[in-house]
Design a binder for this molecule. Structure first.
Ligand SMILES: Nc1ncnc2c1ncn2[C@@H]1O[C@H](COP(=O)(O)OP(=O)(O)O)[C@@H](O)[C@H]1O
Ligand SMILES: Cc1ncc(COP(=O)(O)OP(=O)(O)O)c(N)n1
Length: 273
């Protein structure tokens, strides 16, 4: 007897880099999709040699190979939502942006990954222009952290008001539908506070601050959880709020592995009885 559960299983696509340490990138995204009961597909953009201490090396995948992976997934399986993470260079960004348009990939979440928490550069300097002009305008949501929001807006961020102003500038400059400025890099009580702006409505999203040094992969996990929720058919604000709860819980169950910043933990559904 065939016990397959198609065609009701939602499918999401991650277009991102590999993290050998398993805390961020493709590994975090696929794990997050799985814990949302969403089938995960992937297009790998680069391979990092990485652990909890930092990034030791990066190798780019040729843009045509990234394109081939996306085509292979979309031509046959189809996706209900997608996210981008580490895209590394301007050529990969241009190729992905073109394909998003050609294939009409729905519910695109762009996590504009530029630098890791350990300080490693994850995007070439000359690639920001393509991210801002070619890819972000095609997204349903862009999720810059404090540093990325400063680069995209050209505005220094030191307060909640600054996060709000940056979200408005990014919205205006890119034409993206919704901006979520993340506050993981903010000091004190603002750490863990995010700002949502859709052009009309601005909302401050708050969950409890989790005191831990093991925060590796928070941004990847958040954007993957949002994409998973969109694939499940949730509206955007619900998808974001529930993804934020997921990240908060994952931070509460973070993994003290390695000698540096361990990753957030995804095993809580299995641990909570
Ligand atoms: N210590 C923390 N406690 C609660 N939420 C946090 C904490 N650190 C980060 N977050 C949340 O995790 C998500 C990812 O944000 P952030 O860490 O800024 O992204 P990135 O990993 O891209 O730098 C956001 O929703 C942010 O508010
Ligand atoms: C391969 C890869 N992609 C993305 C990141 C950045 O991940 P993020 O979730 O923003 O977490 P931190 O690196 O800031 O802890 C990465 N490091 N590697």
């Amino acid at each position: 007897m065939d016990t397959s559960i198609s065609p009701t299983i939602p499918v999401a696509l991650t277009i991102a880099g590999s993290d050998s340490g398993g805390g961020a990138g493709i590994q975090a995204d696929l794990r997050t999709f799985a814990f949302h009961c969403v089938h995960g597909t992937s297009a790998i953009t680069c391979v990092t040699a990485q652990n909890t201490l930092g990034v030791m090396g990066v190798e780019a995948i040729p843009p045509q190979a990234v394109v081939a992976q996306i085509n292979a997934v979309c031509d046959d399986i189809g996706v209900q939502a997608a996210k981008t993470g580490m895209l590394l260079n301007k050529e990969i960004i241009a190729a992905v942006a073109e394909l998003v348009e050609v294939l009409q990939i729905p519910n695109l979440v762009v996590d504009p990954v530029m630098v890791s928490r350990t300080g490693a550069q994850l995007l070439d300097d000359d690639a920001v222009k393509n991210l801002r002009n070619l890819l972000i305008p095609k997204a349903a949501l862009v999720t810059p952290n404090r540093y990325e929001a400063q680069i995209l807006s050209g505005f220094p961020i030191n307060s909640l008001d600054d996060m709000r102003a940056a979200s408005q500038i990014i919205h205006r400059n890119t034409g993206v539908k919704v901006v979520l400025v993340k506050g993981g890099g903010m000091q004190g009580s603002l750490c863990g506070v995010d700002v949502w702006f859709d052009g009309h409505h601005m909302e401050t999203l708050t969950t409890k601050h989790v005191e831990t040094k093991n925060t590796h992969g928070t941004g990847c996990t958040l954007s993957a959880a949002i994409a998973a929720n969109l694939a499940l058919g949730k509206d955007l604000i619900t998808a974001v709020k529930q993804a934020k709860e997921y990240v908060t819980t994952a931070l509460s169950y973070s993994l003290a592995i390695g000698k540096g910043q361990g990753p957030v933990g995804h095993f809580f559904p299995l641990l909570i009885k």
